[in-house]
Design a protein around this ligand. Sequence first.
Ligand SMILES: Nc1ncnc2c1ncn2[C@@H]1O[C@H](COP(=O)(O)OP(=O)(O)OP(=O)(O)O)[C@@H](O)[C@H]1O
Length: 293
Amino acid sequence: MSEFAIEVYNIQKKFRKLTVLDGIDLAVQKGMIFALLGPNGAGKTTLINILSTLITPDAGSVRVAGYDIVRNKEEVKSSISLTGQFAAVDEMLTAEENLRMMGRLSGLSRKEARLRADELIEHFDLTDAARKRVGTYSGGMRRRLDLAGSLVVHRPILFLDEPTTGLDTRSRRALWDIILQLAREGVTVFLTTQYLEEADQLADAIAVISNGQIVAQGTPMEMKSRIGNEVVELRNEKDEVIHEIPTIGNIYEVKQILEQVAAEMPINTRISIRRPSLDDVFLSLTSEKGRVS
Ligand SMILES: Nc1ncnc2c1ncn2[C@@H]1O[C@H](COP(=O)(O)OP(=O)(O)OP(=O)(O)O)[C@@H](O)[C@H]1O
């Protein structure tokens, strides 16, 4: 058996003349949280839709849970759960009714569906709201219900398309805890996000997608060290950053930088030296414009 839950080779996808995915290669180890990080329109949803068999690639191959997504579509489908960007729940029903219905539709008996719904309601902190119509829920509650819905049936691989988009900080953190818990239970989680902090906090491995290509891959630490070295920051008296100068960080170069800028800066300018943030990495990797071929 492969150590990989997801293996992607040279995936290509065009919509009319727009190249949306241009030779994607990825490998996700079993049991890890993998974050696909990219700006709006980078191709994240398209890739997740391919991996979850919703759309077919023009070229390349993908194995999910060891199955080919084109030849063994049904086996792939029964190995995965998918939570979309827009919660697929019925607003007229309560959380309890939605989850029970999903259980029944997935082939659980009436009793199994009831038990599973109760378990998920508790796990996702929806007990107080369980018998209220979903139409009255906050964004955070909806998202938790959507995630609960994707877990009605136990599956080894979970796809989450921008799971925390639009959530407030508290709900986002609650959802992170749930995702981390699922990973501890052995679920492989593949999520897309536009948030660097989310990828940094959650993921064992990150791939950055930009214009349909993977422009960097690695652990959050590796990504940060890729961009290399320290940045000399100059701040004014209001503690605002007025200048950032990349440096290899040795004492000689920092001395040279300071000598160059000292003459031009007000006397009360303060300096600090910081490691690059994931933001720096992301911005430097995704700054290209879109491309049509
Ligand atoms: N069915 C489609 N037909 C035509 N173009 C499409 C289709 N689906 C996606 N696109 C285009 O493909 C590009 C990538 O879209 P995709 O939704 O995969 O990006 P994304 O990274 O998920 O962005 P977002 O964060 O905005 O969802 C966009 O330019 C989008 O308009």
